[in-house]
Ligand binder design. Structure first.
Ligand SMILES: [Cu+2]
Length: 129
């Protein structure tokens, strides 16, 4: 229970009522598999030579139909021409190929939908030197 986020706690309470106390709080409090980033390449805040892709690994599998990743330039214009994809048998990796990027600041925006249907999202910047 100590790691449950608020929406999971609400759901856990609902499950407890729905099952008329059959489930104990310990069982209801077990984690639903919601996806959070584990590692981003390029890393947030990094200054790098023009990367060929942005790749993010997550702690749980992603639903490829609903998860996506875009990269925008300093003017807010998307620079990736190819769509992002979810890869690996584990479906824990999302990546997008990039064209040759010129020097400047770029923003990565991602949306990850896990098998439990929960959506997480985030954004960060990196700089191409
Ligand atoms: Cu979740």
């Amino acid at each position: 229970m100590t790691t449950a986020t608020p929406h999971h706690t609400v759901r856990a309470i609902f499950v407890s009522f729905a099952t008329a106390g059959v489930l104990t709080l310990g069982v209801a409090g077990q984690a639903w598999a919601h996806a959070h980033p584990v590692h981003e390449t390029p890393a947030p805040g990094a200054t790098v030579a023009a990367p060929e892709q942005v790749r993010i690994s997550y702690d749980n599998p992603l639903e490829s139909a609903f998860s996506h990743l875009t990269v925008r330039n300093a003017e807010g214009k998307p620079v990736n021409r190819a769509k992002s994809s979810v890869e690996g048998r584990s479906r824990k990796i999302m990546r997008v190929a990039l064209p040759a990027l010129s020097a400047g600041k770029y923003e990565v925006r991602w949306v990850a939908v896990a098998d439990d249907g929960h959506r997480t999202q985030g954004h960060y910047t990196f700089t191409v030197k």
